[in-house]
Design a protein around this ligand. Sequence first.
Ligand code: ACO
Ligand code: ZN
Length: 179
Amino acid sequence: MTMTTNKETKTNIFNTIKNDPEFFIRRCKSEDLDDVIDVNEKELPEDYPYFFYKSILDDFPECFLVAHNKKGKIIAYIMWRVEKAPSVNSLKYINKGHLVSIAVSEGYRRKGIAKSLLSNSMTAIKKYKIHEYVLEVRVSNYTAIRLYEKFNYKIESIKKNYYRDGENAYYMTLDAKDF
Ligand code: ACO
Ligand code: ZN
C-alpha cells in the first residue's frame, strides 16, 4: 500500500489479498448511500428509509463498509450499530455491536466478499469498545447462518415472529474476545 498523508485515503483502503482483486472494501461515504439502498432493496426484504442509513453512517462510520468492483460500482455493504445493554451478571451496562444488515449483489456472491466485509467491520467496531457481537437472521436463511457460523457465532435464542411476514429469527452472538 502506498503511504499517504491524505487521511481519507489512508482510513478507507483495507488490505486486499490478490494482486488483481475483483472487489475492494472501503468505508461508506454519504454519496454511496443511494447505491447501498439499491443493493439492499434488490437483495433483502427488510428495507429502511434513507435517514436510517444516514444516521447509522453518522453515528458508527468506522464499521459501515462497502465493497465495489473495478469500475467503482457498489456491490455489497455491511452496517452495524452499537447498543448499550444491561449485562447478564452485573448491574453494569455493556456495549453490543449489533449487525444491522449485510448484503452482496447476486452476481458477486461466493467470492468471499461477505467474509471480508464481516472481518474488516468486526475489527473496526472494536474501536467502540464492544463486549459482544449480536445479530438476527431468518431461520430459513441457511447461507447467512453458515457465514456467521464460520465466524463462530452461536444461536443464543429464537425470536418468534421477528419479521413482518411472521418468520422467526435466530439471535446469534459472539463474544468480542473470541474474534
Ligand atoms: N451455500 C452455502 N453456504 C454459503 C453459500 C451458499 N450458497 N454462500 C455463502 N455461504 C457460506 C459459506 O460458508 C461461505 O464460506 P465458503 O465459501 O468458504 O464455504 C461463507 O458463507 C462466506 O461466503 P462469501 O462468499 O463471503 O459470502 P457472499 O459474499 O456470497 O455473501 C450473503 C453471503 C451476504 C449471505 C449473501 O448470500 C447475500 O447477500 N444474501 C442475501 C442477503 C442476506 O441474506 N443477508 C443476511 C441477512 S441477516 C443480516 O443482515 C443481519
Ligand atoms: Zn437486529
